[in-house]
Design a protein around this ligand. Structure first.
Ligand SMILES: NC(=O)c1ccc[n+]([C@@H]2O[C@H](COP(=O)([O-])OP(=O)(O)OC[C@H]3O[C@@H](n4cnc5c(N)ncnc54)[C@H](O)[C@@H]3O)[C@@H](O)[C@H]2O)c1
Length: 409
């Protein structure tokens, strides 16, 4: 693997995590970080950069024009900036590692993909996904028939987000910011990795049986208990073209955060993957644990992109193309729900404390676990604040309407 040169756009917020990792890996000699662009460079980032001679540009376009010796650009900025920044970077000849979600709407994912096709540049996305070792285990287990016929794949995220979470950046919890759609809700941001990973595992399980699978339709219920525009509690069912239903559950209103996990259920057994890349396989009630962790996620993303640039890896672990299904499901969920429903105050306790959810939905832990166990949406389970939605067809879906705003479609 050759030593490649990186540029970073966005060094505050999550960009700080990239900056730290890039500095660490440049110390190890894996890559070089030549320059950073940020309109409001945080003081602590400026200090690290000054110490190491990393150049700063307020305007990212000037950086793209002035650093032509670099190989790839990491884009870690607010969601509406992903399209112009990644397209400009590829047009200027750089490969791109784009933060998740690649864009808020399907037509913008397609615009980035068109730029990648036009320029022949690689575009990877920093979705957290099962490690290659975990994917190989899933493939082997499904192909062996150990689980029997796959009945469904389910994902669950119980997370606690405090009131401060929604104050950290102006676009937090918003459907749109400065006139641009951001759709910054539970499955588009903190649990976006889980939705992407569930679709990835569905693809892997189908591939193990020599099948392809794509989302056909989605039925989703989206709610908020926090005083935000977007969702903090959602459930969706995605019908796939191979017949496997996918069920996804998330809340940011739990008292405690639990490890996010995905379960593949078969007629003879089950497989469960969690965020730490720990996999358990059950057959006839007997479980076996497998440690499939493979190092830090960001390092894996950088290494994979560099190897792909060098031609040593024939594919990206998380290619932009593979994220199209995520965008389809996520946009379709908004279309199906039609609006984000407010959970009545009688079911909610609000708090500004650092160790409490900004809004706690009474009994959400039991409700969401019951829905997950049964593979039902909240309304199908009879949860008192839940309202049914209609399925939304995803075949030939190419455009999310700009008119989706706080008042719904
Ligand atoms: N992979 C993960 O686990 C993870 C975690 C958190 C956030 N994210 C993603 O990272 C991205 C950034 O999120 P965030 O919360 O850090 O956002 P943010 O609003 O904190 O912005 C990040 C940085 O971008 C800079 N910026 C804004 N406009 C700019 C411009 N025109 N030119 C250069 N820099 C500019 C800001 O000054 C800031 O320092 C989003 O896509 C988000 O979903 C990913």
């Amino acid at each position: 693997m050759s030593k490649r040169t990186a540029l970073l756009i966005g060094a505050g917020g999550f960009g700080r995590v990239h900056l730290n990792e890039l500095v660490r890996l440049s110390d190890e000699g894996l890559l070089e970080l030549a320059a950073v662009s940020d309109v409001r460079l945080p003081d602590n980032a400026a200090a690290v950069m000054a110490e190491r001679g990393i150049r700063h540009y307020a305007d990212y376009r000037e950086m793209l024009a002035g650093e032509s010796g670099a190989d790839f650009v990491i884009v870690s900025t607010p969601i509406p900036l992903h399209v112009p920044m990644s397209v400009d970077a590829m047009e200027a000849g750089y490969h791109v590692l784009l933060e998740k979600p690649p864009a808020a709407v399907i037509q913008d994912v397609d615009r980035i993909a068109a730029a990648a096709g036009r320029t022949g540049r690689l575009c990877a996305v920093n979705f957290m996904a099962p490690s290659p070792k975990a994917l190989a285990l899933v493939e082997r287990t499904v192909a062996s028939g150990e689980l029997g016929r796959i009945r469904c794949i389910k994902a669950i995220a119980l997370l606690r987000r405090t009131a401060a979470y929604y104050g950290r950046t102006p676009w937090a919890g918003k459907l749109s910011a400065n006139g641009a759609l951001v759709l910054d809700g539970a499955f588009h941001n903190p649990a976006a990795h889980l939705l992407y990973s569930m679709l990835k595992l569905a693809e892997t399980a189908a591939g193990a049986l020599d099948r392809q699978t794509e989302p056909l339709r989605v039925t989703a219920e989206m709610y908020h208990a926090n005083q935000i525009e977007s969702d903090d509690t959602s459930a969706m069912r995605i019908e796939m073209s191979d017949g496997t239903p996918l069920c996804y559950y998330v809340t940011l209103c739990a008292r405690e955060t639990e490890t996010q996990r995905i379960r593949i259920e078969g007629t003879e057994g089950a497989l469960e993957w969690d965020y730490g890349d720990q996999v358990r396989v059950w057959r006839y009630g007997l479980g076996k644990a497998h440690d499939c962790a493979e190092g830090g996620m960001l390092e894996r993303r950088y290494r994979n992109l560099i190897r792909a640039i060098d031609g040593e890896d024939d594919r990206l672990d998380v290619s932009l193309a593979s994220t199209r299904r995520f965008a389809l499901a996520a946009n379709g969920a908004f279309e199906s729900s039609g609006t984000v429903r407010t959970i009545p105050d009688a079911f909610v306790t609000r708090s500004a404390a650092e160790d409490m959810p900004g809004a706690y939905i009474h009994g959400i832990e039991a409700d969401i676990k019951a829905a997950y166990a049964a593979g039902k949406l909240f309304s199908e389970l009879g949860v008192p604040w839940a309202v049914p939605s209609e399925p939304f067809e995803l075949e030939a879906y190419r455009h999310f309407p700009q008119r989706f705003n706080a008042a719904g479609i």
